[in-house]
Design a protein around this ligand. Structure first.
Ligand SMILES: [Cu+2]
Length: 170
């Protein structure tokens, strides 16, 4: 157990470009190759990043500040969701769903509840973030689905009608 945790820790240091004087020696060759392969694989990905702010402090003025996103179908998407809300009811997530399934997913989210972070098991869900408390930032990374039209929505109870946007994969 001790050895495994050491290897994981070393891999973490290397992948972060942190101080690694001598730690390579503690990695087996195959582990080192895996780390390098992962880095090469990662550098080949075409990442597109969006900073989306959840703004507003009431049920009537809360919204995402970006309501339209377009990406190419081979891209990897990084969503940085910044919750600028200050009120306790301003808990937000961002859930990407198939076009037309927003209401269905949001309704099921009520039953999914806090243990499932208000994200139901539904085939229409493509990717979903953690819940961001007021003032928090969460990051969601996923590979673009096939070309087509999609939507995104905050599935926290009562938010799905005003907190939403369109996601287009070209
Ligand atoms: Cu919300």
């Amino acid at each position: 157990m001790k050895k495994i945790s050491k290897i994981i820790f070393c891999a973490f240091l290397i992948s972060c470009g942190g101080p690694n004087n001598g730690v390579e020696k503690q990695l087996t060759n195959s582990n080192l190759t895996k780390v390098q392969d992962a880095e090469i694989e990662n550098s080949k990905k075409e990442w597109v990043e969006f900073e989306i702010r959840a703004v507003g402090n009431t049920m009537s003025d809360m919204k995402f500040d970006i309501e339209n996103i377009q990406v190419n179908n081979d891209s990897w998407i990084r969503i940085i969701l910044i919750n600028e809300g200050e009120q306790i009811a301003m808990k937000h997530n961002i859930v990407f769903v198939n076009y037309g399934s927003r209401k269905e997913v949001a309704t099921q989210a009520l039953n999914a509840g806090p243990n499932m972070k208000y994200v139901p098991n539904n085939v229409n869900v493509i990717a979903s973030s953690d819940l961001a408390e007021p003032g928090e930032t969460v990051i969601l990374e996923f590979k673009a689905p096939k070309k087509g039209n999609y939507e995104y929505v905050c599935t926290y109870p009562g938010h799905s009608e005003s907190m939403r946007g369109y996601f287009i994969v070209k």
